[in-house]
Design a protein around this ligand. Structure first.
Ligand code: SF4
Length: 457
């Protein structure tokens, strides 16, 4: 099923939507959205947000008082929000935070009210939706002091340093329509670099309308334009953005169903990836399978390893893809027979085959397996991962002694039997990229690809 977007921040409770709310919701559904979160900014708006959510399965609510209105916050308001928070469709506390651009409320007052929202969120175990405009230092300080590390910086407009600091605390970053404005250079750069696991998407409707509708009233249906731009910036498809951001929204706000079964075949860009095992002979310190079941929104935690027949059924027509890649949330050479059977099936149907491996294939199988792959595998990508054995052992923690030498031998041997051989390293601490490049050259490779930390190899 096609992944659907979740608009994690809009204001359907605001008067701008009073006249045509049913049409707005209908258009959002037609645009393929799965859900929206309408975010209260005043006590009255929060109550209305909850009423709207209770009247419509498609809508969830967040409750809070915007920093602009912090001056009107009181114990009574706090208690009203607290009692409202018990209602089933309330999924977050906020919108709260700091706005030093307009300063509609005194800064000290904004800070106190922000802190009280964080206390409430922590007490209720709900995520907090944070507005931060031109208030980096105080936002970071208050979030750190609160100790509450569950939430999102909505419509993120900070710099990369702020992005890294809030992600370090466990917060998500939500990207809104301004990313479609060509002049938002810094935001576009940051939006391209946020790791998948921290990315959310929103409209902030009725505000911040994306291109090509800038200047008009915004509405949840337009979140797809922001998704398209994010896809271009990140070099993925709009479906990838929908899958990734919807998964994150479900995890953070506890809404909808998380994908349960591990996928055995999943598409990223024009390639089809085969997840054939979760076992591996390394335990790399940077491996994402130790911290998440998901890659690009796909659940890769297998209950059972797939058979060759199951993989072939999942592939369908291999010629539809640029290449079919054996990878796994683990090491594919743990299942050499499956690689050979399915690769032969793919080749017979005009497909191209790549194997992503840690280079332990010969150690695992106790023989030189590369001649067996001749004619079956077009490309192999080997995780070299270090410039020397000591660094490799420290980073990758292989089950074998002298595994690094075996990886070097594997790469050399692969060059004799497989037309396209590549090696990769991760940009982890301790890795000497230049020395690794030299090593790759010595092994007869044209280049070395430097992988980001959150990519399985
Ligand atoms: S990063 Fe790759 S080689 Fe390392 S443990 Fe994970 S799956 Fe195995």
């Amino acid at each position: 099923m096609k992944p659907r977007l979740i608009d994690t921040h809009c204001h359907l409770e605001m008067p701008q939507f009073e006249a045509d709310l049913p049409d707005i919701i209908e258009r959002a559904k037609e645009a393929g959205l799965e859900a929206v979160i309408t975010v209260g900014t005043t006590p009255e708006g929060s109550e209305k947000a909850v009423r709207l959510a209770e009247g419509n399965d498609f809508i969830y609510a967040a409750i809070g008082v915007h920093p602009h209105d912090a001056k009107d916050f009181s114990d009574e308001v706090y208690n009203a929000l607290k009692s409202l928070s018990c209602r089933k469709k309330v999924v977050a506390i906020g919108e709260t935070g700091l706005d030093y651009h307009y300063d509609h409320s005194q800064r000290e007052v904004q800070q106190k009210v922000f802190e009280r929202h964080l206390v409430l969120a922590r007490e209720l175990d709900l995520p907090v939706i944070v507005h931060s405009r031109e208030a980096k230092e105080d936002t970071l300080r208050i979030l750190k002091e609160s100790g509450w590390q569950k939430g999102v910086l909505h419509c993120f407009s900070g710099d990369m340093d702020m992005a890294e600091q809030v992600m370090g605390m466990g917060f998500y970053l939500s990207i809104a329509g301004p990313v479609t404005f060509k002049k938002s250079r810094s935001l576009r750069e940051i939006a391209a670099r946020i790791p998948d696991d921290y990315l959310l998407i929103e409209t902030d409707a009725p505000y911040l309308t994306p291109e090509p509708f800038r200047g008009r009233r915004n509405e949840p249906a337009y979140v797809s334009y922001t998704a398209n731009e994010l896809a271009l910036l990140r070099g993925v498809t709009p479906e990838d953005i929908a899958r990734i951001t919807a998964l994150n929204a479900k995890r953070l706000f506890g809404i909808g169903q998380l994908p349960q079964a591990g996928e055995i075949a999943y598409q990223i860009r024009e390639s089809l990836y085969l997840n054939i095992t979760n076992r591996c002979t390394n335990a790399c310190s940077f491996c994402v399978r130790f911290s998440s079941d998901f890659v690009k929104g796909h659940n890769l935690r297998l209950k059972n390893e797939p058979t060759a027949e199951e993989l072939e059924n999942a592939i369908g027509d291999p010629a539809r893809y640029k290449e079919v890649v054996f990878c796994g949330y683990g090491e594919p050479f743990m299942r050499l027979d499956v690689i050979k059977d399915v690769a032969s099936w793919i080749k017979a149907r005009g497909g191209r085959v790549r194997v992503n491996t840690n280079g332990h294939g010969n150690l695992i199988n106790g023989r030189n397996v590369l001649p067996e792959l001749q004619g079956l595998v077009d490309a192999v990508s080997v995780s070299l991962d270090a410039q020397d054995e000591a660094t490799y052992d420290k980073l990758c923690k292989p089950v074998y002694k002298h595994a690094f030498n075996a990886v070097l031998e594997f790469i050399k041997e692969a060059g004799k039997h497989i037309p396209d051989v590549q090696a990769t390293i991760v940009d982890a601490a301790g890795v000497d990229v230049e020395r690794s490049r030299e090593l790759a050259k010595e092994l007869g490779l044209k280049d070395l690809r430097v992988r980001k930390l959150d990519v399985v190899g």
